[in-house]
Design a protein around this ligand. Structure first.
Ligand code: SAH
Length: 398
């Protein structure tokens, strides 16, 4: 039996939890100084000791755990995990059945009833992401549930809970068939090379699926496309497949060059006719401005926070400036695809950063398309703050 601790919820937070808020945040708890072991089950009670919910203890960012059940009698056991995993798999029936898309998210943390856990599908293989030691203590039950319901070809895992909440470098293979990497997955008919055993990231961010499709289907034909913070060049590939006359991919990570070449190659695109630059995006902006380069489409997808030798960038502080710099190298009538996955501000706030940039540059714009998380990234009902992805397609008017 697991040790069960009682956590007293502060009066101001009781309503959130009873309304379905799944995160147990440190400042919602009265007796948060109590020493509790990771993976303990916790019973949330109000100040009169009335039952509110059952959860597990696991430190992750601002949270100290996640709610698992709101039924006092429900046991957190193999049956519980099997049910949650089965429901999540069933919810993605459409994705499993779609032949031209073979990569998607099967389990999205709190949106599927277990915070701190995500599972992704890549052409038969599964990658399980564990975000705290607490949730990892349930691995046997969860792997059992996955094996029983999804019949994986092979399973890989990412442990994302070192001291700074970062990825723990290890061999990520868990069970089943060992993948041969790069593994090629399809996404709406496009091919992407992934490696499930090569550090924290696989080579593609699945939450941008609909954005890649939109870029290919509606905005690339006959256009020049600049893809900043390009990582493996996934957006460049969709633009090229959509008929872009030329793509330019800019990322400062050295690995982005071979990885981007690989993504073009698996799609039968001659990478030599594309431009791939390993450099700081901010230096590239200066270079492009000096050479009076203009692009029809610019994709902006910076990390929430990045530190380089010269400076730090944070989306909440610097996005306006980023858009202003982009405007200098975007053609009139062109398009800016502005994206961020920062959870600390919402879509409305994000749009104020963009609006400010256009005002300060004396330019008008029209938002032609918006995206947030796709369907397989289930978000807890009524809590839009878990829908962290914000993408706005902005047409630049003269
Ligand atoms: N848009 C990508 C994902 C971007 S991940 C996609 O859809 O696949 C963020 C990337 O930004 C990382 O590859 C990182 O190397 C890069 N990066 C961070 N700071 C940078 C900077 N100042 N200049 C260029 N690239 C940067």
């Amino acid at each position: 039996m697991r040790y069960t601790a009682k956590l007293k919820v502060k009066p101001k937070s009781v309503k959130d939890i009873t309304n379905g808020y799944p995160l147990i945040s440190k400042d919602a708890i009265e007796n948060d100084e109590e020493k509790i072991e990771e993976g303990s089950l916790v019973q949330l009670v109000d100040s009169s000791n009335n039952y509110i919910a059952t959860g597990y203890y696991g430190i992750q960012n601002k949270g100290i755990g996640w709610v698992l059940s709101r039924k006092e009698k429900e046991k957190i056991d193999q049956t519980f995990f099997a049910k949650r995993v089965r429901e999540a798999v069933e919810k993605r029936a459409k994705f499993y059945a779609t032949e031209d898309t073979t990569a998607f998210r099967v389990f999205n943390g709190a949106g599927d009833g277990i915070g701190g856990l995500t599972i992704e599908f890549f052409a038969g293989f599964y990658v399980v992401n564990w975000y705290s030691e607490g949730i990892y203590s349930f691995r046997e039950e969860i792997y059992q549930a996955l094996n029983d319901t999804a019949d994986p070809r092979g399973v890989y895992e990412k442990l994302r809970f070192d001291k700074n909440g970062q990825y723990v470098d290890q061999d990520d293979y868990v069970s089943g068939e060992k993948g041969e990497f790069p593994l090629i997955v399809s996404e709406n008919g496009m091919s992407y090379a992934v490696d499930l055993n090569d550090g924290a990231m696989s080579g593609i961010f699945l939450d941008q699926r609909n954005v890649r499709k939109a870029l290919r289907d509606r905005y690339s034909e006959g256009k020049t496309v600049l893809n900043t913070f390009s990582y493996t060049g996934a957006f460049s590939v969709s633009a090229a497949l959509g008929g872009a006359t030329e793509t330019t991919s800019v990322d400062l990570a050295k690995r982005s060059l071979p990885k981007t070449i690989e993504q073009f190659a698996v799609n039968g695109i001659d990478y030599e006719s594309q431009d791939i630059k390993v450099m700081n995006v901010f230096d590239y902006f200066r270079y492009a401005e000096r050479h009076a380069l203009k692009f029809d489409v610019v994709v902006l997808d910076p990390p929430s926070f990045a530190r380089t030798k010269k400076k730090t960038f944070s989306t909440s502080k610097d996005y306006t400036k980023l858009v202003k710099n982009t405007l200098k190298i975007t053609s009139d009538g062109g398009l800016i695809v502005a994206s961020t996955n920062t959870a600390s501000f919402n879509m409305k706030k994000f749009k104020t950063f963009i609006d400010k940039a256009f005002k300060e540059m004396n330019k008008r714009y029209e938002i032609v398309e918006e995206h947030q998380l796709p369907e397989d990234f289930t978000v807890p009902h009524n809590f839009p703050e878990f829908n962290y992805l914000k993408v706005v397609f902005i047409k630049v008017l003269n």
